[in-house]
Design a protein around this ligand. Sequence first.
Ligand code: BTN
Length: 253
Amino acid sequence: MVPGEWFGARHVEWHEEVDSTNTRAAALASDVELPLPALIVADAQTAGRGRGANRWWSSAGALTFSVLLDATESALPAARWPLVSLTTAVAVGDTLASLLPQSDVQLKWPNDVYIAGKKVCGILVEVPPLRPARLIVGVGLNVNNRLVDAPEEIHARATSLADEAGETFDREAVLGNLMQRLLALLPLVADGSLDLVRLWQPRCLLQGKHVWIDASDSTIAGRCLGIDASGALLVRTETGIERMFAGVVKRWE
Ligand code: BTN
């Protein structure tokens, strides 16, 4: 474990192995004395979680971490919580673009980052059930792990920084770069001054593409027009423009 302040985090834990850094963050969330933001990093997770019922695969060399945030009304109003996942994707996208300036870094609504058409990062924002109000921002970023080691279905659709660059990266430096960007953007989310559309649109993977989205009880299909300031995905369907606040984009072309 690394004690003390680190890249803006006021409590830092770096574990060799945990079940899930999001689960560890949830356990810390009820400690009102814990200085925030807190950063929980693990070299390995035995039960890494993805969106829905998905598991998160990672292997040695990946970055898997969670940031526990004060999400009380004065620190981060609940109305703005839906923007945190997209804002984290922006911070990851900017970090990766700074490390791989020749690569095509893109953001897939609402919480994935892609390089050259393959997923490199997934984000899972969770609200722990107990008070005080906290938000957990979980990030899985493929850095030095090679996707050739991944199960077949992941291998075909995912990549890592090392796979793209043909060289390895200093994981602490990558994490520090990302933390600084994320912690600089979050106060703008909190006070309502973040221009999310301006930051998102240039890297929007789905912009202009035909998309198929699994919503709660139907599939929405149409042309993607990007996002709006509330973080909704705009889709032009046969019946008009839909604003999607949730859903999984299953296919795009
Ligand atoms: C997704 O793409 O479905 C989101 C994946 C999020 C994975 C990260 S790894 C660190 C943190 N701990 C977890 O158990 N999940 C998130």
